[in-house]
Design a protein around this ligand. Structure first.
Ligand code: COA
Length: 388
C-alpha cells in the first residue's frame, strides 16, 4: 500500500539566542556549544507560543479546505503537555476548523511520540482509504537557566499530513522499534523541568540506535549502502553524528562519504533551532529534503529516539515530483527573519514563560500576520487568537 507523508511543514518561534553569547555568559568556551554540542543558535519561546499555537501554526499553511473535510484523526505528539487530561489535538482541531467527526488525542514517549503517531496513522489509513491523518509534533524544550541541559533547549512544531498516494515520501513497511526501561531523561508529574542523566542519555541513545539498526538490517537484509541518507533524532547536532560514527566503519568508502555529508544537510535547520523534542527528527527530515539534491526513488533511513526509552528505525522512499511539494523559500525566510535576543532578554523570556506573564506588545511586535497565539488564560482556560 502506498501511504506516507503528503505534506510537511514546521513553525519555530520568532526569537533566538546566539550560542556563542550564551557560552560567554555561562563562562564556557564557545566551542563547547558550537562544536562539542554542535549548536549555533537556539529558538527562544515567548509566553504566547505554547504547544497548541505552535502546532496550529505548523499545520495551518499546509491544510486545505479539502483536507479539513477528509482528516479523520488528529494526533499531537508532545512531552511538554499543558494539561494532564485535555489533549492539545482537540484545541488544534478547533483552531484549524477540521470536520467534527474526527478522533483527536495526544501521544507521549519523550521525543519518540511522533513516530508511533505516524505508524498508527499508516495503519488507520489502510482501513480508511479516503481519509487523511494530521500528525503534529510540538514541544518547548526547557531544562532551566544555567542548567546542564540549557544549551540543548529550543522550541517548535512540525505538522505532517499522512495520506494514501503521498506527494513527498512513501513510508515503507519495515519499522523496527526497541524498548528499554532506563532513567536517562524523565519528568515526573508536577516537575517544571525534566530530570536528566546527561552522560547516560547520550549512551542510551547510541545503544538504542545500534540495537534498532542491527535488528532492522538483520530483518530486512539491508546495509548502509541501501540508504541515500540517514536522519536522526537531533537533541543537538553532535548527538546524531555520534550515532552515525558508531556504525559508519561498516560501510564502504562511497557510502561513508555520502552518509557523512548528507548528515550535515540533515541537521542544518536543527543547528539554528535547537531541540524541539518530538519534532526534531522531522525538522531534520525537512532540512535534508530542502538542502540536499535528492532524487525520486531514493530511500532515506530514519532513527527516532525517546528517552526512557524507545528507539525505532524505519525507512521512507521519495516519490515522483516530491520537490514540487516543498516550501523551501518560506522555511528559509522563517529561519532568517527571526529576532536575536540577548542572554538577559532570553532569561527574562524564560522566566515570563514559567510565570505565564504575557507582554503582548513585545511579543506581537515580532509576529507575522495570520499567526495563532495564546492570548490569555482565564479560570485555567486557554484562549487562542489569530493575529490579523
Ligand atoms: N571545544 C570543543 N568541544 C568541546 C569543548 C571545547 N572547548 N569543551 C567540551 N567539548 C565537547 C566535549 O568533549 C563533549 O563532546 P563528546 O560528547 O564528543 O565527548 C561535548 O563538548 C559536550 O561536553 P560535555 O562535557 O559532555 O557537556 P555537558 O556535561 O555539559 O553535557 C549534554 C552535555 C548534552 C549531556 C547536556 O547538555 C544535557 O544533559 N542535555 C540534555 C539531554 C540530552 O539532550 N541528551 C541527549 C540524548 S536524548
Amino acid at each position: 500500500m502506498n501511504i506516507g507523508i503528503d505534506k510537511i511543514n514546521f513553525y519555530v518561534p520568532k526569537y533566538y539566542v546566539d550560542m556563542a553569547k550564551l557560552a560567554e555568559a555561562r563562562h564556557v568556551d564557545p566551542n563547547k556549544f558550537l562544536i562539542g554540542i554542535g549548536q549555533t543558535e537556539m529558538a527562544v519561546s515567548p509566553v504566547h507560543q505554547d504547544i497548541v499555537s505552535m502546532g496550529a501554526n505548523a499545520a495551518k499553511d499546509i491544510i486545505t479546505e479539502e483536507d479539513k473535510k477528509n482528516i479523520g484523526m488528529v494526533i499531537v505528539a508532545t512531552e511538554s503537555a499543558i494539561d494532564n487530561a485535555k489533549a492539545a489535538a482537540v484545541q488544534i482541531h478547533n483552531l484549524l476548523g477540521i470536520q467534527p467527526f474526527a478522533r483527536c488525542f495526544e501521544m507521549k514517549e519523550a521525543c519518540y511520540a511522533a513516530t508511533p503517531a505516524i505508524q498508527l496513522a499508516k495503519d488507520y489509513l489502510a482501513q480508511h482509504p479516503n481519509e487523511k491523518v494530521l500528525v503534529i509534533a510540538s514541544d518547548t524544550a526547557r531544562y532551566g537557566i544555567n542548567s546542564g541541559g540549557e544549551p540543548t533547549q529550543g522550541a517548535g512544531a512540525v505538522a505532517m499530513i499522512i495520506s494514501h498516494e503521498p506527494s513527498i515520501l512513501k513510508l515503507n513497511d519495515d519499522a523496527v522499534a526497541c524498548t528499554e526501561d532506563v532513567y536517562d531523561f524523565w519528568r515526573p508529574t508536577g516537575h517544571k523541568y525534566p530530570l536528566v542523566a546527561g552522560a547516560l542519555s547520550k549512551d542510551a541513545y547510541i545503544k538504542s540506535f545500534q540495537e534498532s539498526w542491527n535488528e532492522y538490517a538483520r530483518r530486512q537484509d539491508k546495509s548502509l549502502a541501501d540508504f541515500e541518507s540517514l536522519c536522526f533524532h537531533v537533541p543537538f547536532t553532535k548527538m546524531g553524528q555520534k550515532a552515525l560514527d558508531s556504525i559508519i566503519d561498516y560501510a564502504d568508502d562511497t557510502t561513508q562519504k555520502r552518509l557523512k555529508s548528507s548528515y550535515q544537510d540533515a541537521v542544518y535547520y536543527n543547528r539554528y533551532v535547537g531541540n524541539i523534542y518530538t519534532g526534531s527528527l522531522y525538522l531534520s527530515l525537512i532540512s535534508l529534503l530542502e538542502t540536499r539534491d535528492l532524487k525520486e526513488g531514493q530511500t532515506i533511513g530514519l532513527f527516532s529516539y525517546g528517552s526512557g526509552s524507545v528507539g525505532e528505525f524505519f525507512s521512507a522512499t521519495l516519490v515522483d515530483g516530491f520537490k514540487d511539494h516543498l516550501d523551501i523559500e518560506s522555511h528559509q525566510s522563517l529561519l532568517n527573519n527571526r529576532i536575536e535576543v540577548s542572554v538577559d532578554e532570553y532569561e527574562s523570556f524564560f522566566e515570563r514563560f514559567d510565570n505565564l506573564e504575557f507582554n503582548h506588545e513585545l511579543e506581537q511586535s515580532a509576529e507575522d500576520k495570520d499567526i495563532f497565539y495564546l492570548k490569555e488564560i482565564n479560570d485555567n482556560i486557554r484562549k487562542y487568537h489569530i493575529a490579523k
